[in-house]
Design a protein around this ligand. Structure first.
Ligand SMILES: Cc1cc2nc3c(=O)[nH]c(=O)nc-3n(C[C@H](O)[C@H](O)[C@H](O)COP(=O)(O)OP(=O)(O)OC[C@H]3O[C@@H](n4cnc5c(N)ncnc54)[C@H](O)[C@@H]3O)c2cc1C
Length: 85
């Protein structure tokens, strides 16, 4: 997946109704899950050190968690996509 292109394409549809909502929701769901998967693997790679509170990896893993919740949880985004398929 060409992620920057997908984000750009979704953003360029802003104001175009149903298709924009579908593509933006799809992109938001994908990015929110992707960044969490990446940080999960980063923490795993760092082992116990990655788990120590205050360490950059721990903070980043915790902070990205909101990306799949805030502004519409992934489940809600996927429902918006499903309604428009
Ligand atoms: C740090 C932070 C900043 C925020 N800033 C803003 C802001 O500036 N402006 C603003 O308007 N809002 C803001 N919010 C609110 C944010 O938009 C909501 O937290 C978000 O939309 C999720 O809603 P909720 O927290 O009520 O979770 P809920 O809707 O209660 O969802 C909780 C969980 O339930 C599940 N779920 C919910 N609905 C469904 C469904 N239909 N199908 C299946 N599963 C489902 C999902 O697993 C979901 O993750 C902020 C939130 C945070 C954490």
């Amino acid at each position: 997946v060409d992620l920057p292109a997908a984000v750009h394409a979704a953003a360029s549809l802003a104001g175009q109704g149903g298709r924009a909502v579908r593509d933006v929701s799809m992109t938001k769901a994908f990015c929110g899950e992707l960044v969490n998967n990446v940080m999960y693997d980063c923490l795993q790679f760092h082992g116990g050190t990655g788990f120590v509170r205050g360490i950059a990896i721990e903070r980043m893993t915790r902070v990205v968690r909101v990306q799949s919740i805030g502004g519409g949880a992934t489940e809600v985004m996927l429902q918006e996509v499903a309604k428009r398929m």
